[in-house]
Design a binder for this molecule. Structure first.
Ligand SMILES: *[C@@H]1O[C@H](CO)[C@@H](O)[C@H](O)[C@H]1NC(C)=O
Ligand SMILES: *[C@@H]1O[C@H](CO)[C@@H](O)[C@H](O)[C@H]1NC(C)=O
Ligand SMILES: *[C@@H]1O[C@H](CO)[C@@H](O)[C@H](O)[C@H]1NC(C)=O
Ligand SMILES: *[C@@H]1O[C@H](CO)[C@@H](O)[C@H](O)[C@H]1NC(C)=O
Ligand SMILES: *[C@@H]1O[C@H](CO)[C@@H](O)[C@H](O)[C@H]1NC(C)=O
Length: 394
């Protein structure tokens, strides 16, 4: 919750959830190409992937398109709900979409994935090209830090329709060719589809990267001090990712917004219960590979709630696990106590894990400033040590 993200025209392309484990793998040519070749595989028992003849290293798992659930219109009060909510209810059950871009070898294969200490999983919609470019050069750079690997993946849907959709897909395809860091599925990348995006990623992870130790799951408009994250995770007693960890900006006692004007409006028709479980703000949170797989498992039997971070909390609750607060994660931004102090003083950011809402240019600048060997942090260090809440080591 509390995030800003472009909501676009809602595409009515629909896909049917196949209850069975059988699905279709086809050779990808174009999502609208009628001449696709199909073959059936049971993917639980057969992880065979088909290499695309037209795109390098691209694999596609596909299901027949998900049908609109007409019975949703029978829910009481349906006709008075906003169109976006109605649309959500019609397609709420759809959980499988064809992959347009994949990087199945991102983690080096199932077993090698244990070599990845921190996987950065960044929600990015197709238009956010500048943000991706800056992240690739700054905190999301793939690298070895303190002897362990950091890897990056952007997760995306599609936007718009017709020529515009094609154009944006082409952009991602070009980026993919250069960087190999995008997972894209063919569903509308809207605010209320973020949970779907999250669940699709977890499914991908289970298939391709199940042994990654830790993940940072977040948005593309945050400043993340990924060096500090690795240091912090390495300092944990259990730092091999096999124990529960879910940490970030903890939100407790939140309730669904019942006013239809709210961006996060959740009417009783979507969720009856008047409370949300504890969860961490979706701008960015850290979790262990173990916890990611548990969440994925739980998600299969929990109806989709369109608010992705709350939904993660629901999955944790069902597994009997709790999210915890990390004071270094400021997904609501943070406030400097005095107007005499510069909120962009790099000395603050040197000590934090994550701050929400940064412009690409500010991310670029800040990343370089905190790595400047000549940076002196005497005075502001003092302020930091007074504010335990700010220092990530607390
Ligand atoms: C395809 O990918 C492989 C390795 O992933 C690379 O060696 C090869 O050059 C690529 N081919 C093309 C045509 O991009
Ligand atoms: C909606 O409800 C009506 C009346 O109960 C029923 O006749 C109809 O089949 C329902 N429609 C769907 C799509 O379930
Ligand atoms: C369709 O919507 C109705 C009414 O909300 C619901 O009872 C039913 O389970 C839904 N069907 C599917 C396949 O999700
Ligand atoms: C989610 O994406 C699907 C597939 O594009 C679309 O049919 C549905 O309307 C989207 N849902 C929302 C709430 O935007
Ligand atoms: C998934 O959850 C079910 C219970 O819902 C449990 O029996 C199973 O062991 C879990 N699998 C994993 C891999 O956690």
């Amino acid at each position: 919750m509390f995030r800003i993200s472009g909501t676009r025209n809602i595409k009515s392309g629909t896909f049917l959830l196949l209850g069975s484990l059988i699905f279709v793998v086809y050779f990808y040519k174009d999502s609208t190409d009628p001449n696709t070749i199909s073959l059936q595989v049971d993917w639980r028992n057969n992880h065979e992937r088909i290499k695309s003849p037209t795109k390098n290293n691209t694999y596609v798992y596909s299901w027949p398109s998900c049908q609109q659930n007409m019975s949703a219109a029978n829910i009481s009060g349906f006709s008075s709900l906003p169109a976006g909510i109605q649309n959500f209810l019609y397609y709420r059950h759809c959980r499988h979409f064809p992959m347009l871009l994949d990087v199945p070898d991102k983690c080096g294969g199932v077993d090698k994935s244990a070599d990845i200490f921190l996987l950065l999983v960044i929600k990015s919609s197709p238009v956010n090209y500048e943000r991706r470019e800056v992240l690739r050069k700054t905190w999301a750079k793939e690298r070895l830090h303190n002897g362990v690997w950091i890897r990056r993946i952007f997760i995306s849907g599609t936007m718009d329709s017709g020529f515009e959709k094609k154009r944006l897909n082409k952009l991602l395809e070009l980026e993919q060719r250069e960087y190999n860091d995008i997972l894209q599925w063919d569903f509308s990348d809207t605010l209320f589809n973020l949970t779907l995006k999250q669940v699709l990623f977890l499914e991908w992870m289970e298939r391709n990267c199940p042994k990654a130790r830790f993940l940072l799951n977040g948005d593309d408009d945050v400043f993340a001090n990924t060096d500090n994250m690795v240091d912090y995770l390495q300092s944990l007693k259990d730092n091999d990712g096999s124990k529960h960890l879910f940490s970030g900006h903890l939100i407790q006692n939140a309730v669904p917004k019942r006013g239809s004007q709210s961006k996060y409006f959740i009417p009783v028709q979507v969720q009856e219960s008047d409370s949300y479980p504890p969860y961490c703000g979706g701008g960015g949170f850290l979790l262990s590979g173990h916890t990611a797989l548990v969440i994925h498992n739980m998600s299969q039997s929990i109806t989709i709630l369109p608010i992705d971070d709350v939904y993660m909390g629901m999955c944790l609750a069902k597994a009997g696990l709790s999210p915890v607060s990390h004071m270094g994660v400021k997904t609501l931004g943070w406030y400097i106590p005095s107007s005499k102090l510069d909120a962009h003083d790099p000395c603050y950011y040197k000590e934090l894990l994550l701050v929400h809402r940064f412009l690409p240019s500010h991310i670029y600048l800040m990343w370089h400033r905190i790595h400047d060997p000549n940076l002196k942090c005497g005075a502001s260090k003092k302020i930091l040590s007074q504010d335990k809440a700010v220092n990530y080591k607390w």
